[in-house]
Design a binder for this molecule. Structure first.
Ligand code: SF4
Length: 458
């Protein structure tokens, strides 16, 4: 006779905020799943709802509060975690019935709170966690967090006060996690932190033994080792570096990109180009020769894609500063650009700076920078028409009603998931999410490419 167990308690999760918060959510869910909880996709029938909040901008806080309110209205049994957990009083004042509030990275506390609110059922199948943990991202790409916190004090940012100073993970732990993820089917690793170039500064680049080699907790050592990983099919997984500041040692990873061991992609949040704005922003690695280095990187690795983000309307930004930024962008020819209008964040040093930029000027500058970067992007994508590029498939569509052909949404090496563009494929019969295929690029618009697969990726 089959043994029956009482049903496992169900946990729902609302995950807000950046990829780093998403990684936290994945860790929490992995632990809960291994404790025997079931995950629930909706509020109904869920024993407890976890809301992982973001407190970075005031608008993000408002979104977090709305999500908490919705979970309380729909389910009633809510635990709050994440960056906004540091503002427990504010949350309690608005939602006195919240069961527990924990801060960012307090995995143990949040898991304990769930145990208390809805105790785990003994004898549940607790060892069913797939290798690589439970993931909120599709199986073929994974975020890998290498450190928490940040040693910088950029004037517009409150992350160091929310998350503390830099704490790097051990290099062997990072590489082991990467290896497990790839063994579990990950084809693309997205390396994240607040400052990837600073990895290991807090541990003085502590050395650990990894597969018989001495490896430092340092971005270049990590990149070299990640370049040795192979998927079950023998492919080199894509490895993308995010949140890189242009310290001198960044130059050392470019040859790895040229050799195909690291994805030719750098996400560098420049935020501005005008020296006096950067100074007022207190940005790290703020040096004048960046343009020269970007040109040099392109000589070594012509296919390198550089993505960045910029803030317009920072206090004291003059028209001349803004024009400097536009001219700089003309020179730098960045592949992907996100722009934001400066927004004061409660607790940020920038709020006390003189000479705020009027809202209508911010808006006008925002429109101008978007126009400029869209034109650069469109020209760069046009130049790719006719080329054959490897792309990774994210999603496969339904067969067309008339001719049965199947389209798919994919990305090139120049496109990180969620933040960059797509490559839309036609005639993709037999492709699965996670497949990497060579594709002939047939068309382009401002942000996306269109193509047809031509052969298997080797
Ligand atoms: S580098 Fe600056 S913007 Fe980034 S987390 Fe650190 S303080 Fe914030």
């Amino acid at each position: 006779m089959a043994t029956t167990f009482p049903p496992a308690p169900k946990v729902g999760m609302v995950s807000l905020g950046c990829p780093k918060a998403l990684v936290d959510s994945e860790r929490i869910l992995t632990k809960l799943r291994s404790d025997g909880y079931q995950m629930s996709p909706d509020y109904a029938g869920t024993d407890v709802v976890l809301v992982n909040t973001c407190g970075f901008l005031d608008s993000a806080k408002e979104e977090s509060l709305e999500a908490i309110g919705e979970a309380i209205a729909e389910n009633g049994r809510v635990i709050v975690t994440g960056c906004m957990g540091n503002e427990a009083e504010l949350i309690r004042a608005r939602f006195p019935s919240v069961l527990a509030i924990t801060g960012a990275h307090q995995y143990e506390d949040v898991v304990n709170a769930v145990h208390e609110a809805s105790p785990p059922v003994p004898n549940a199948f607790v060892d069913l966690v797939p290798e690589g943990g439970l993931k909120l991202t599709p199986r073929h790409y994974s975020y890998l967090k290498i450190s928490e916190g940040c040693n910088h004090r950029c004037a517009f940012c409150i992350i160091p006060s929310l998350r503390g100073d830099l704490v790097s993970r051990r290099i062997d732990a990072v590489l082991r996690e990467a290896e497990k993820l790839v063994a579990a089917g990950t084809k693309e690793l997205l390396i994240i932190s607040q400052d990837t170039s600073a990895y290991g500064v807090d541990t003085r680049h502590e050395t650990r033994n990894w597969k018989g080699r001495e490896v430092r907790a340092h971005m270049t050592d990590m990149a070299r080792e990640l370049g040795q990983l192979r998927t079950a099919e023998g492919q080199t997984p894509w490895v993308r570096l995010h949140y890189v500041y242009p310290y001198p040692h960044v130059d050392h990873v470019i040859p790895l990109m040229a050799e195909g061991l690291l994805t030719p992609y750098l996400d560098i949040p420049f935020q501005h180009a005008a020296p006096n704005v950067l100074k007022r922003m207190k940005r790290p690695a703020n040096e004048a020769k960046v343009l020269e280095r970007v040109k040099n990187w392109r000589t070594i690795c012509p296919d390198i894609a550089i993505r960045s983000s910029f803030v317009v309307g920072f206090p004291g930004e003059t028209e001349a500063d803004f024009q400097y930024l536009l001219d700089w962008l003309d020179e730098a020819q960045l592949d992907r650009v996100g722009a934001f209008r400066f927004e004061p964040v409660e607790g940020a040093a920038a709020n006390a700076l003189p000479d705020p930029v009027p809202e209508e000027v911010k808006e006008e500058r925002y429109q101008r920078i978007m126009e400029k970067t869209a034109a650069i992007s469109a020209a760069k994508l046009q130049a790719k028409i006719g080329r054959i590029l490897p792309v990774i498939v994210d999603e496969v569509g339904e067969p067309d009603e008339d001719d049965g052909s199947v389209g798919a949404t994919a990305r090139s090496q120049a496109d990180a998931p969620e933040i960059d563009g797509n490559v839309f494929l036609r005639d993709t019969s037999g492709l699965q999410p996670g497949d990497i295929v060579y594709t002939e690029i047939e068309d382009a618009d401002e942000h996306d490419l269109f193509g047809v697969p031509v052969q298997e990726y080797r």
